[in-house]
Design a protein around this ligand. Structure first.
Ligand code: FAD
Length: 433
């Protein structure tokens, strides 16, 4: 069977079998039960942000593209209002004060901050928390792999809006993927195709291969989800199906991933899914000391305590994974490596902006969430803030650096999506048997 992948995952020393066992037996059930908790199910997102690249796309009119808004009374009290708590245990009162100040999304890229900071340079004082906040935003913007939204948007209940088949396809969907692969991925030399061929990837350096693989893995995951939660009846008239019936569509899966229908590429794309999974798994392991200290505050003491126990349980398992992705071999070697890292970051930031051009709200919601989660993973791996355990732990406690709630929610949900894809892939394998 083409989807029975063999051997090790490219650019990692880990095998597909190890990931299958570890994910399907240990991680998947735990992460799914975590994601139904209030802290993780409500995600704030702006789905109305204008597409910065083109304006001539029509909005998807298919009813399954619609995102059901959240009712005010459904949102947990602790997540409402401006004073969002994002607090670690054992903080000093001053740190608690700073942490409880609303950290406005840093709206602009690092460049946009420069003008303001030129002024601040002369006025900053350690007692002035407003200045402190602006400096913090500047620092964060340097580390971020995603462009922040211009307004925070609205809460969406992710459980009410599952990622599944929507019917979004054709020129609009292709334009998004094409612009990602053609204009915003590193490309092999002499590669005239819109989409990148796996055989050419090995000629590129590790960092560029990693970039392509994580995007291709994300793409594979999205397409596996739409195959495993396909609209089963009656699919010829999407408009009149009340509620719809959703389930796996083996034929759709085969068309999308078999070597015969994909010019031999399908199995490579599936392997890239494992690669993206391993990269996010490593980010979670690296950020574990930070995540273990998070309060997961929703205002419900009992639930919050359970959430902390559940996350610690998952993190312990993740830390015990035998063969983590090794990010320390990337971006080594002086100024050139730093330049490459900056290009890597800018390419990814652009991809996060392209998500505002997706013409189906449901796909946009999950596309934005998953790129946000992946961007957070890249920030954990490559910002350097999580590299030195001792000194950064100290910083974590003093709250000099933290992940926003939305980053944590996106990271765990994005990882949950990849984990489910690997689980669903196994179900397709069994169906093919
Ligand atoms: P596409 O998936 O559109 O792919 C275009 C081309 O990319 C292919 O022809 C191939 O050459 C190449 N390619 C395909 N897969 C890979 C890969 N893994 N790695 C590298 N190259 C690849 N549809 C839904 O039903 N539900 C959703 O939730 C949903 N979410 C989406 C989110 C985003 C951000 C986008 C851009 C699209 C989403 N879609 C969703 C649409 C879906 O991904 C497909 O675009 C659509 O089903 C059309 O599929 P296709 O077979 O024409 O190829």
């Amino acid at each position: 069977c083409f989807c029975k992948l063999k051997g090790s995952i490219d650019d990692c020393s880990c095998s597909v079998d190890t990931v299958d066992y570890f994910n399907n037996m240990k991680i998947y059930p735990r992460v799914q039960s975590l994601l139904v908790r209030d802290y993780f199910r409500f995600y704030k997102v702006n789905l109305k942000q204008e597409c910065p690249f083109w304006t001539d796309d029509s909005k998807c009119a298919i009813r399954y593209c619609h995102v059901q808004p959240c009712q005010e009374e459904d949102i947990p009290d602790g997540l409402k209002g401006d004073m969002l708590r994002n607090i670690h245990f054992n903080e000093s009162p001053v740190d608690k004060y700073k942490a409880s100040m609303q950290y406005n999304d840093c709206l602009h890229s690092a460049k946009d901050h420069n003008r303001e900071l030129g002024y601040l340079n002369t006025t900053i004082s350690s007692e002035n928390y407003k200045d402190f906040e602006l400096w913090q935003q500047y620092d964060d913007a340097q580390d971020n792999f995603c462009v922040k939204e211009s307004s925070p948007g609205e809460y969406v209940d992710l459980l009410l809006n599952p990622e599944r088949y929507t019917g979004y396809k054709g020129p609009s969907a292709h334009r998004i993927w094409r612009s990602i692969y053609k204009e915003n991925c590193f490309r092999p030399e002499n590669s005239p195709h819109n989409f990148i061929q796996s055989s050419k990837i090995n000629g590129m350096c590790l960092e560029k291969r990693v970039f392509y693989r994580v995007i291709s893995g994300l793409h594979a995951s999205i397409n596996i989800h739409l195959c495993s939660k396909y609209l089963l009846s009656p699919k010829d008239n999407l408009e009149i199906v009340p509620g719809g019936r959703w389930g796996p569509n083996l034929q759709e899966f085969q068309i999308r991933f078999s070597p015969e229908t994909t010019g031999g590429e399908g199995p490579n794309w599936l392997k890239n899914l494992y690669f993206t999974y391993l990269l996010e798994l490593r980010a979670l392991a690296k950020a574990a000391p930070y995540l273990e200290r998070e309060e997961y505050y929703t205002g419900n003491k009992v639930q919050d305590k359970d959430t902390r126990l559940a996350i610690n349980d998952i993190l312990n398992i993740i830390k015990s994974f035998p063969d983590h992705f090794n990010e320390s071999v990337m971006f080594t070697g002086g100024a050139e490596a730093q330049l490459l890292k900056e290009q890597f970051r800018q390419h990814f930031r652009n991809i996060s902006r392209i998500m505002d051009c997706v013409g189906c709200d449901k796909c946009k919601l999950w596309g934005k969430l998953q790129t946000h989660g992946l961007g957070t993973a890249l920030k954990i791996l490559f910002s350097g803030k999580f590299d030195k355990w001792e000194s950064t732990l100290h910083d974590f406690n003093r709250k000099k650096f933290f992940l926003e709630r939305s980053e944590i929610v996106a990271l765990i949900n994005a990882f949950g999506r990849l984990s489910e894809s690997i689980f669903e892939l196994d179900k397709f394998r069994q169906m093919m048997r």
